[in-house]
Design a protein around this ligand. Structure first.
Ligand code: ATP
Length: 237
């Protein structure tokens, strides 16, 4: 589908103990693309991201970042290779201030973004710079999680796990605008969402996952227009 992809996941199988969570999953992401992986609860979306990050490495198949195999590497090595991850549960350090959370990310490395760039992009975080992260609203914590993922070692690919989860519709719109602005800045994104319509509206290409298998892939526009498929695999009415 893409020549010289940034991310090339080929035929991976991933297990939790004896239970196979991913079956022969293949996903490619080209430079500057927004690709989404959509599917119902428990379909294997998070496991795919965890496999890429080296948290649950695949037992079979390969994962290449810019042509280099990374499967089998440790999560911190994978982060240093350029894959940054915003986990589903956000995992901000609740007791630390917003600024300290950002400084923690900066201890792992630097790229051409600094805190001033982050505060330009997220004025709400600047206003709340000294506030403990645990006291931020859900939307603000999501902003902080994204902000943190943008700092540290240089980024080739950003993985976003369910950025809209648990957020009120107005806040989802704000997060959507943030994702769109990242994409306008040529950040390459792999987005996992249960909210298929949201993900498809943001994406160039999309994969549909069901019980650990990729069952469909297409231009996001085409998928968005296929009501029958959306209903069958994603429960969209
Ligand atoms: P959700 O949006 O609910 O997180 P998902 O599509 O991200 O869904 P996964 O979390 O990847 O799905 O789960 C895929 C399958 O792997 C599910 O059957 C789930 O029960 C199983 N699974 C996930 N985490 C573990 C674990 N730590 N141990 C055992 N099985 C797990």
């Amino acid at each position: 589908r893409v020549d010289d992809p940034i991310l090339d996941v080929s035929n991976i199988d991933t297990y939790y103990g004896l239970s196979q969570a991913l079956h022969d999953v293949t996903i490619t992401v080209g430079e500057g693309e927004v690709v989404s992986l959509v599917g119902r609860n428990g379909a294997g979306k998070t496991t795919t991201l965890r496999s890429i990050m080296g948290i649950t490495p695949p037992n079979r198949g390969t994962i290449e970042l810019n042509g280099q195999e990374i499967q089998g590497n440790k999560p911190h090595q994978i982060r240093h290779s350029g894959v940054s991850w915003v986990p589903e549960d956000r995992r901000v350090f609740s007791e630390l201030s917003v600024e300290d959370n950002l400084d923690m990310a900066l201890t792992t490395g630097t790229n051409d973004r600094d805190k001033a760039d982050i505060y330009d992009r997220f004025p709400r975080l600047e206003e709340r710079r000294t506030q403990a992260a645990g006291t931020l609203s859900g939307g603000e914590q999501q902003m902080l999680a994204i902000a943190r993922a943008l700092l540290g070692p240089p980024i080739e690919l950003l993985l976003l796990d369910e950025p809209s989860e648990g957020l009120a519709p107005m806040i989802v719109e704000e997060i959507t605008d943030i994702i769109r602005s990242l994409s306008d800045d040529d950040v390459t994104l792999l987005l996992v969402e249960q909210n298929a319509e949201l993900a498809l509206e943001l994406s160039d290409w999309a994969y549909v996952i069901e019980t650990g298998r990729i069952v469909h892939e297409d231009h996001a526009d085409a998928l968005l227009g296929d009501r029958e498929l959306l209903e069958q695999y994603l429960g969209v009415k």
